[in-house]
Every structure is written in structure tokens, then in C-alpha cells.
Design a protein. Structure first.
Length: 205
């Protein structure tokens, strides 16, 4: 499923979190009940692997106050422990760097909200179009001379760990495509590179 927007890691209950995909073009209601929600946001780059909810899990989330409409529309997915941990680490790293730049966690949340509103803003004249273009440029600051993402190669030890985990996941009934897609998301690697790592194991055997 191709998706344009952001992924939110959400948990206000005891137990594993879920990912909610939030469209960039419309507001959504995540929780029907009152109470604070701590959001960890990530804009997906490439493939992001979510685990389909079981019927039991759907009922549990609705009982906890999750908006059932989001579940029906297919915006809510379970997430692996590894990917959930990565969300948390990414959030901590962003907050730490933001504080060094003079921004508080509230400031970061306001920036995220402003970017969502900017994406849905439809200019009505030339001045507003220029203003939107200026803000988009400001929010799209890129590090000069470097490409985003993880290096193209990973260490021999990481490859060994991937193969070991792949064996365990296959024994648990996961398909090869599911395994490749999950590793691609967790390690921010191309699908073809993950496949080559696993193929090298089979050739070596």
C-alpha cells in the first residue's frame, strides 16, 4: 500500500504499541476517550513494514479508546519490538539535538503540526504561493554534501545477525518476503541488498 504522510508510534496502555499512519492531507481522530497521547513521529522513507491486526487485537485497541474508524480504514498496524525500539531511539536523538539547537520538545511538536498544516494549505494568490514555497524550503533543510539514510553496507556481524533472525522467523512461519521487508525497514536498507544477504547464506550452505 502506497502512503503519503507520517507514521506515529502510539501507546497509552500497558502492552505493545501500534503504528498509526496519518495522512498528510486530512486531520484524523486517534483516540475517542479523553487523556494525553504521547506521539513519536517518523516520516516513512521507502518501505515501512506493519503487522496486520488480529481480530482480538482490534477489539483490545477499541476498548482502550482507539478510534475504530482508523482500524476499519486500515491505518493501524502492530509493530515489531525492534522497530518500536528504533522509533523511541530516533525520538530521543531528535529531542537531544533539538535541545542543543535551542528547541524544546513542545517546539518540535509544533513544527511537526505546522508541517502537516502547511502540506494541506491551498494558496489562493501569488503572495500565498510564494509564502508557502518559502516555508516548504525552510522545513526541507538538507545537510549539504551528504545523502540521507544508512550507509549502503552493513558489517559482517550485522549480516550474521540478520541471517540468524531470518532463520528463526522462517521457523515461526513468516514468509521470505515479509522477512526481507521488515529487515529493509529496520536497517533502512534496500530490499535487493537484504535479499542478497540472505541469498549469500543459502549459497554458502
Amino acid at each position: 500500500m502506497e502512503f503519503h504522510g507520517a507514521a506515529m508510534l502510539i501507546r497509552w496502555w500497558d502492552g505493545p504499541p501500534v503504528i498509526v499512519f496519518v495522512p498528510s492531507s486530512e486531520p484524523i481522530c486517534v483516540r475517542k476517550k479523553e487523556g494525553p497521547i504521547r506521539l513519536v513521529c517518523k516520516v516513512p522513507l521507502g518501505t515501512m513494514r506493519g503487522i496486520p491486526l488480529t481480530e482480538e487485537r482490534k477489539r483490545y485497541l477499541v476498548e482502550q479508546g482507539m478510534n475504530p474508524e482508523l482500524i476499519e480504514r486500515g491505518h493501524v498496524f502492530d509493530v515489531s519490538d525492534t522497530l518500536a525500539s528504533k522509533f523511541d531511539k530516533d525520538r530521543e536523538a531528535v529531542i537531544s539535538l533539538a535541545e542543543r539547537c535551542g528547541l524544546t520538545p513542545d517546539d518540535v511538536d509544533k513544527i511537526i503540526e505546522a508541517k502537516k498544516r502547511l502540506a494541506s494549505f491551498n494558496p489562493s494568490n501569488h503572495t500565498e504561493r510564494m509564502a508557502k514555497r518559502g516555508l516548504v524550503t525552510m522545513f526541507s533543510l538538507k545537510e549539504q554534501g551528504k545523502s540521507a539514510g544508512r550507509p549502503k553496507r552493513i558489517s559482517a556481524e550485522e549480516r550474521r545477525q540478520l541471517r540468524q533472525r531470518a532463520d528463526e522467523m522462517k521457523a515461526a512461519g513468516r514468509s521470505r518476503d515479509d522477512i526481507v521487508a521488515q529487515f529493509s525497514e529496520e536497517y533502512e536498507l534496500q530490499l535487493s541488498y537484504v535479499r542478497r544477504i540472505l541469498e549469500d547464506r543459502r549459497k554458502a550452505g
